[in-house]
Every structure is written in structure tokens, then in C-alpha cells.
Ligand binder design. Structure first.
Ligand SMILES: [Zn+2]
Length: 250
């Protein structure tokens, strides 16, 4: 049974054919739905209510930092207070698209980490072209469990991330022919510190690369991990699911 620790199942691209997406994930036993809007979050809560395989994450994405006002911060805090958010995320820093508001992203990132500390929930980190600032902020502020989602850094960066007692999550790019650091990181990451994810509808793994991604395809990520680490698939899947569930036990 497979674990998709990060998918955007309630975004429009996957929510419209939801029955189809669910039908394809009969072998997925644990799944976390990432929400970047309140609409996606309410859809995800609805799915979770009738299906215990699901966890729900909600947080303001760094790219949206300029649009996050006090009212939106309050919204997140209210849901945290009610215990409806399992993981705060994805939060972090993304300097790839636009470097003009790095400071706004940093302020939002720190505020969300502090909310996670207050309500004792893990955080899911989106880090792109911002490794140093991101790790500096996490070292200074983070007090709850950390997931580095869709890890794509170097093995050296991964070691720095592991020092923060985090879990490293691998996605479809490790299956690509031109995968840069991915396979080296998979090899170097202890099995009890890793997660698998799809980040669907993006980053579709081989053999479906180029098509729309969905949670059921996480099997190709876990198969690749087993292959790279030269381990039994069953052992890999069992440990990854344990790692995922350990985020929610104290
Ligand atoms: Zn994502």
C-alpha cells in the first residue's frame, strides 16, 4: 500500500474528475491533501470526513504572500484552533519566479511557522532557489516536525535539512531520465527519514510523464525508491507509511 504525502487533489484539475481519481487510488493507504485556498480546504475536509486515509494541510503559499492580509491569517488560525488542519503548509520561500518580494515571503513564512508552534502541528516546506534563507529561518523558528516537500536540492543540502530532524519527501522527478540530484539523495537518505509524494496534478512520474498527475501514480515514485536503494518494495512502502503516520503521533 502506497503513501502520497503531498497532492493537490482538491484543486480544480483533480476535483472535477474526483470519482475517477479516487478509483485509481485503491492501493493508496495514506494521503495528504494540500490546500492553498479556503475552497480547496473545505473540499478536502469533506473528503476526509468519509475516508480515514486522508489528512489535510492548509497554509498560504509563498508565491501568494502579497495577497495575505490579517483576515486571511485569522482564517488559518481559526481552523487551527478547531483542530481541522493536520499540517500547516505548504509554506516557505520561492525566489524562482519573482525576487521582488522576498521580504514579504519571509515575514509570512515566519508568522506561519509560529502559528504551527502555537498549535503543535507539523509544517510542510516549499523551498525553491531560497535554500539559505529558508534553512536559516527554520533553524531560528521551527519547533514542530518539518517535511521538505518535493526535495530537489543537492545531497549536501539534504544533510543540512536532515539535521533539522525533518522528513525528506521525494516526488516524480526522481523517475526522470535527466534527474539531477534526486537519485543520489534517495540513496543517501535513511529510509526512516523519507516520504513519497506526487505533488499531483504536477510533476507526473515516468511512465506517465507529460500527462496529468494523480495520487495513484505515487506507486511509481515508491518503486523507484526501492530500485535505487535496492530494497524490497514492500519494506519501502511500509516504512514510508510509518514515517508519514509518525508525524501525527506525539
Ligand atoms: Zn504542492
Amino acid at each position: 500500500m502506497y503513501t502520497d504525502s503531498h497532492c493537490h487533489m482538491t484543486c480544480d484539475e483533480l476535483y472535477d474528475p474526483l470519482d475517477e481519481v479516487l478509483a485509481h487510488m485503491s492501493e493508496v493507504s495514506s494521503c495528504m491533501i494540500m490546500c492553498t485556498t479556503e475552497e480547496e480546504f473545505l473540499r478536502a475536509l469533506h473528503i476526509k470526513k468519509s475516508d480515514p486515509r486522508f489528512k489535510v494541510a492548509f497554509g498560504w503559499f509563498p508565491g501568494d504572500a502579497r495577497d495575505i492580509d490579517e483576515e486571511k491569517m485569522q482564517l488559518i488560525e481559526n481552523y487551527l484552533k478547531q483542530g481541522l488542519i493536520d499540517v500547516l503548509g505548504e509554506i516557505g520561500l520561492d525566489y524562482y519566479w519573482d525576487k521582488s518580494f522576498n521580504d514579504v515571503q519571509q515575514t509570512l513564512f515566519i508568522r506561519q511557522i509560529e502559528l504551527a508552534n502555537t498549535y503543535h502541528v507539523p509544517i510542510s516546506i516549499h523551498m525553491r532557489e531560497a535554500t539559505k534563507d529558508c534553512l536559516d529561518i527554520l533553524r531560528a523558528h521551527a519547533r514542530t516536525k518539518i517535511i521538505f516537500h518535493c526535495f530537489s536540492g543537492s545531497p549536501e543540502t539534504m544533510q543540512e535539512c536532515l539535521k533539522l530532524n525533518s522528513l525528506i519527501s521525494f516526488a516524480g522527478p526522481i523517475t526522470f531520465k535527466n534527474a539531477r540530484h534526486g537519485p543520489d539523495c534517495v540513496k543517501a537518505c535513511p529510509l526512516d527519514r523519507m516520504l513519497s509524494e506526487t505533488d499531483s496534478p504536477y510533476l507526473t512520474p515516468v511512465p506517465y510523464r507529460g500527462k496529468r498527475n494523480e495520487p495513484g501514480y505515487v506507486r511509481y515514485v515508491e518503486e523507484k525508491i526501492a530500485q535505487i536503494k535496492d530494497l524490497e518494495l514492500e519494506q519501502v512502502c511500509r516504512q514510508i507509511e510509518n514515517n508519514f503516520l509518525s508525524l501525527f503521533s506525539n
